[in-house]
Design a protein around this ligand. Structure first.
Ligand code: GLC
Length: 544
């Protein structure tokens, strides 16, 4: 069955969704208490960011036990209850599968670094001798700096960590590792989950460990580990040995893609869909992502259109837990806050592929305007800030400004804003693990439910429209205009043709129409003329 092609996905970041026991952390019972809200929104699938046992150095993307629930989030009984309650509401649950690395607190890693003969677990990880007193090669961590850390108590041995230094990369040349992961997948699929979002999945197989060019600015080593044949073989094996026995799907997090590789993921059935990362540079430099640039609609829309044309199916998103808030990045938070949030919603939900909405996006949550370095929890920002200071070199204040404007993931991770009571109804007043965004008195679910013209109510309308529209679900894609002002595209299915028009500018724009159109849904309540599209207008028209 193809539920994943017909439903809208909502990503929950469990630490920040709803805290039911007032300990400052969101939890599974909190999620259960909000299932009716999600049902009412029109959501058909929930992607849960990791809820497994973890020391939380990278907020759960550092797993210490794949078959246990992090006590911060509850118990396995809570999870089982979540499955039952979600099923009652016809909502499917997708888990995050983080298998490139484990936490260094994982039992496998603790065994691997024991100095004992024939250590079975040593080969579960990428553990190598240093080159004299230097690290084994010149590769980088995605969070900057070397990807090697010396192991205490072992003679000149290092482990690889492509992310933070408590996330040790697994060795996929080892058959036992593959079998362990298959076992983990089965464990959750047997509990009824509907598949996995596969974390940094195209990096799992390292073909060679040789040095990369010293001229590569960052992610040195990538050509030896991104999109390797060995990775495709493993994913294909997961498909035939495990996934084909269940009704489920895989969505991959896949940086560094080309259209050819994207097509290979789908045609080989290694993945059912993937997230591309080309459009995230619409407001920063792709070569040096800590340098901000002015937002240009073309730099957002052109790569999205490129991917719409390149593959038959894709995972569409504007936000997730690693990106800054979309209305702050691509919208106009000050003068056209509601208009831009609604237009982005219409854009996301009318593309070909599965739409992914990130918690809070549906109420127009924004970046934190006064976030201070002392408050930051995000390990990637904390590590990158040191590198920026060293390489550029700039003061800590300047480096923080750069990080804050471009990559600081905490902007998207502040607790969900449910109402205007203490801590926005996220909990009952206990100190939250990450500070609240102060604008919750205005931006919150309760206010928006009451306001007929709110962003939330527009999301509801738009999701309902998509859920019921064969043209949006199954239609083909054809680009029309890409500019920094107007962008437009067609979706066509069985003789019905929609034209989607977006005005990215703060001004009234003229759209020179060639087709005869009738308005189906738009972000504006008031009447308008097509040759005078209001600022940040978004609309779907039927071509007649
Ligand atoms: C992915 C996750 C991110 C995490 C990283 C390492 O990019 O989305 O949050 O830090 O992988 O697991």
């Amino acid at each position: 069955m193809n539920e994943y092609k017909e439903r809208v996905v909502y990503q929950i970041y469990p630490s920040s969704f709803k805290d039911s026991n007032n300990d400052g952390w969101g939890d599974i019972q909190g999620i259960i208490s909000k299932l009716d809200y999600l049902k009412d929104l029109g959501i058909g699938i929930i992607w849960l960011s990791p809820i497994y046992d973890s020391p939380m150095d990278d907020m759960g993307y550092d797993i210490s036990n794949y078959k246990q629930i992090n006590p911060r989030f509850g118990t396995m009984a809570d999870f089982d209850k979540l499955m039952v309650e979600a099923k009652k509401r016809d909502i499917l649950i997708v888990m995050d599968l983080v298998i490139n690395h484990t936490s260094t607190e994982h039992a496998w890693f603790k065994e691997a670094i024991k100095d004992i003969p024939n250590n079975k677990y040593r080969d579960y990880y990428i553990i190598k001798d240093g080159k004299g007193d230097k690290v084994p090669n010149n590769w980088d961590s995605a969070f900057t700096g070397t990807c090697w850390k010396k192991i205490d108590g072992l003679d000149n041995k290092y482990y690889m960590h492509l992310y933070c230094d408590t996330q040790a990369d697994l060795n996929y040349h080892n058959e036992n590792v593959i079998l362990e992961i298959e076992d983990i997948m089965k464990f959750w699929l047997d509990k009824g989950v509907y598949g996995f979002r596969c974390d940094v999945i195209n990096n799992i197989f390292k073909t060679s460990l040789q040095d990369d060019s010293i001229f590569k600015l960052y992610n040195k080593g990538e050509k030896f580990y991104a999109n390797q044949k060995g990775m495709f073989d493993i994913l294909k094996r997961f498909r035939t040995e495990v996934l084909d026995k269940y009704n489920c799907f895989l969505v991959g997090e896949t940086g560094a893609l080309t259209p050819e590789i994207g097509r290979e993921f789908l045609s080989s059935r290694a993945l059912d869909m993937f997230f591309e990362f080309d459009h995230i540079y619409a407001d920063k430099m792709s070569k040096i992502p800590v340098i901000k640039s002015d937002f240009q609609a073309k730099k957002l829309v052109e790569p999205i259109f490129k991917w719409q044309e390149a593959v038959p199916w894709i995972a569409n998103y504007l936000e997730n837990h690693d990106q800054l808030r979309s209305v702050s990045r691509y919208g106009n938070e000050k003068e056209f806050y509601k208009e831009t949030a609604k237009m982005l919603c219409l854009f996301l939900l009318s593309l070909k592929g599965t739409p992914f909405i990130y918690q809070g996006e549906e109420i127009g949550m924004t970046n934190v305007s006064d976030l201070k370095l002392e408050e930051v929890n995000d390990c990637a920002s904390l590590s990158t800030i040191k590198t920026v200071q060293k390489l550029l070199p700039v003061s800590e204040e300047k480096a923080w400004k750069m990080i804050n404007e471009t990559i600081c993931r905490d902007h998207a991770r502040t607790p969900m804003q449910w109402d205007d009571s203490t801590n926005a109804g996220f909990n009952e007043g206990a100190k939250t693990w990450l500070r609240m965004n102060n604008n919750f008195d205005k931006i919150n679910v309760k206010n928006e439910i009451e306001d007929e013209d709110s962003i939330l109510n527009f999301y509801k309308r738009m999701i309902k429209f998509r859920n019921e529209s064969d043209v949006l679900k199954y239609g083909s894609f054809e680009r029309q205009i890409v500019s920094n002002k107007i962008c437009s595209f067609y979706r066509t299915y069985k003789g019905r043709r929609f034209l989607i028009i977006l005005n990215f500018s703060d001004d009234i724009e003229t759209y020179w129409l060639k087709d005869k159109l009738s308005l189906v849904i738009s972000t504006y309540k008031e009447d308008f003329h097509l040759n005078a599209l209001p600022p940040h207008f978004g609309g779907i028209f039927e071509v007649i």
